[in-house]
Design a protein around this ligand. Structure first.
Ligand code: FAD
Length: 527
């Protein structure tokens, strides 16, 4: 098994940060930073990791100006730092300026476009927005030069080459090439936006972007580059005789989080696929109550209503152990007794962690996955436990229709699903997962008219998600995404009509009620 945070490894051209290193790295850093706060259980973070690594590799030569970091908020030791930085969703991107003498939580990038090129250009913008007082000392000036300055250099001797990129105002090539070459000696890169005909004619430029090269001996020429693209410009310039990579130019790597305080790899726990494990659901509740929700300082308005309904549904329907059910019921009573518009989340944590423990009500503070364990620590875990919990709740709602009596949610066949939908939309850290789920809910949730249909709706939608994710990076090869229940678990659920596979939904419903029923929940491994 691989341990937490292993979406990224020491081999990747980026810095793996942790609670031990984040602040000391950012404070008064000689470079700016772009840090991705991710969660190793978040499917989108897993998918996105390839882009992030590619970006880090692509701008490796910029590392004395701006650097790329990652921090895994799903790693228990980072829970507090992610809370302190107000990370609610994953991935969250934050820029940090160089040379900041005071602690700040960075500037968020919330744009929907996370393509490599867009992020790279945003990094350039961010660098350019540094004032002279905090300008990263090694970063070359990125502002364009005036044509008069360029022309004054033409024909002059120097101890280095000067490459002049002539480009349009909205082009990034000049600044990117400047940064690409910043670790190279024997070369200065400038850029100009002057596209006056007289200026271009003087240099013999007929189309932009173009590179005009001034040799140390005073000769000068328009560079003949195969393609007017950043990669070609930078590569040609780096290959010129006398241009060399500066010695010791590779920035010192900051302490890698994995190198300190490593947890030993977890031991694989044998489990039975035909069972549901209490420990998975309890671990999920622990993570949800103490980490995911705890990143919100106060709950108010819709958030508070969503939280109250969530606690109601779980307190009334979760077929859990006495100590946990009692804790949830007491939390519910407390919430109902407080007609407040706003509740600080610390008060809830205090109740759950301290006050209730004294009265024998407690929820284990450990993350332990059994039916939800992954072959690598970034796979499965929390999202698996959340599905498991909500399937169990839809089944319990149908098996015990009176359980929600006097809660305001009784007689609503959608009570569990709507609560789940709002929880996922409001609090679930994987924002894109929430958006996908919301789309599915908008499309068909209203067609659900009975408690049995609610069970089947969630089953169908979960299979839709399984289908979409099959073969992607968030799939655990040891637990492939499949249309569930597989024939080995429920042969009667599968039929063939005219050579085509079809579900027998009546049998599926029976199976789900049995599988997620209280008597199929195993207490094994629960502490
Ligand atoms: P999971 O899909 O988590 O399933 C957990 C367990 O449920 C399985 O082991 C199986 O026993 C049972 N099960 C499987 N299918 C069904 C079914 N149809 N009905 C009933 N029980 C079933 N990840 C992304 O990358 N992109 C997304 O958009 C995304 N959206 C998500 C939306 C929600 C609401 C949630 C809770 C999670 C989402 N995830 C998403 C995470 C993803 O669905 C998985 O939870 C994660 O990849 C872990 O997968 P897993 O193999 O543990 O199985």
């Amino acid at each position: 098994r691989v341990q937490a945070g292993r979406l990224y490894s020491k081999e990747d051209p980026l810095t793996i940060l942790s609670s031990d290193t984040l602040k000391e790295t950012l404070l008064n850093s000689s470079t700016a930073w772009l840090v991705q706060f991710y969660s190793s259980w978040c499917g989108h973070c897993i998918q996105y990791s390839t882009t992030w690594k590619a970006l880090a590799g692509d701008i490796k030569d910029w590392e004395q100006a701006i650097r790329i970091g990652v921090l895994d908020c799903a790693d228990e030791k980072n829970f507090d730092i992610c809370k302190e930085f107000g990370i609610h969703f994953y991935p969250t991107f934050r820029y940090f300026k160089a040379r900041s003498s005071t602690f700040d939580i960075g500037k968020a990038y919330k744009g929907p476009d996370r393509e490599l090129q867009t992020v790279r250009q945003l990094m350039v913008n961010f660098l350019q927005n540094h004032t002279p007082e905090v300008w990263p000392p090694q970063c070359p000036p990125l502002e364009p030069s005036r044509s008069a300055e360029i022309l004054s250099l033409v024909g002059q001797k120097a101890d280095h080459y000067t490459a002049v990129i002539i480009e349009e105002e909205d082009s990034y090539i000049g600044r990117e090439v400047m940064l690409d070459l910043m670790m190279y000696g024997g070369m200065t890169v400038k850029r100009t936006l002057n596209l006056d005909k007289a200026f271009l004619d003087r240099l013999g430029v007929s189309s932009v972007p173009a590179v005009y090269l001034l040799y140390p001996n005073g000769s000068h020429v328009l560079m003949d580059v195969k393609k007017s693209q950043r990669f070609f410009f930078s590569s040609y310039l780096k290959l010129l005789p006398g241009v060399h990579r500066k010695r010791g130019s590779s920035a010192q790597r900051v302490v890698v989080s994995g190198s300190k305080g490593q947890k030993p790899a977890e031991i694989w726990k044998d489990f039975d696929k035909s069972k549901v494990y209490m420990v998975d659901m309890e671990s999920g509740l622990h993570y949800l109550l103490r980490v995911e929700l705890a990143s919100h300082q106060t709950l108010t308005g819709d958030e508070l209503k969503t939280f109250k309904d969530f606690v109601t549904v779980v307190a009334k329907l979760f077929p859990g152990r006495q100590s946990v059910v009692k804790l949830l019921e007491t939390l519910l009573e407390w919430l109902v007794s407080l007609p407040l518009e706003k509740i600080p989340y610390d008060a809830i944590l205090d109740l759950v962690n301290n006050k209730m423990r004294i009265a024998g009500m407690f929820l284990s503070e450990q993350l332990q996955w059994v039916g939800c364990q992954g072959s690598q620590s970034e796979l499965r875990g929390y999202p698996c436990s959340l599905w498991t919990l909500f399937h169990t709740l839809t089944v319990q709602a149908a098996l015990r229709p009176d359980a929600l009596a006097n809660t305001g949610l009784e007689e609503d066949p959608l009570a569990v699903l709507q609560t789940m939908r709002r929880y996922i939309r409001t609090f679930f850290g994987c924002r894109e997962c929430g958006e996908h789920f919301e789309e599915m809910a908008k499309e068909s949730l209203q067609q659900v008219k009975t408690l049995d249909e609610a069970i089947l709706w969630l089953w169908r939608k979960h299979n839709q998600v399984n289908n979409r994710l099959a073969g992607t990076l968030s799939e655990d090869p040891h637990s492939p995404k499949s249309q569930w229940p597989t024939p080995d678990l429920c042969p009667a659920c599968h039929e063939e009509q005219k050579g085509l596979h079809v579900w027998n939904e009546e049998r599926v419903l029976d199976f789900l009620k049995q599988h997620y029923g209280a008597s199929n929940i195993s207490p094994q491994y629960a502490m």
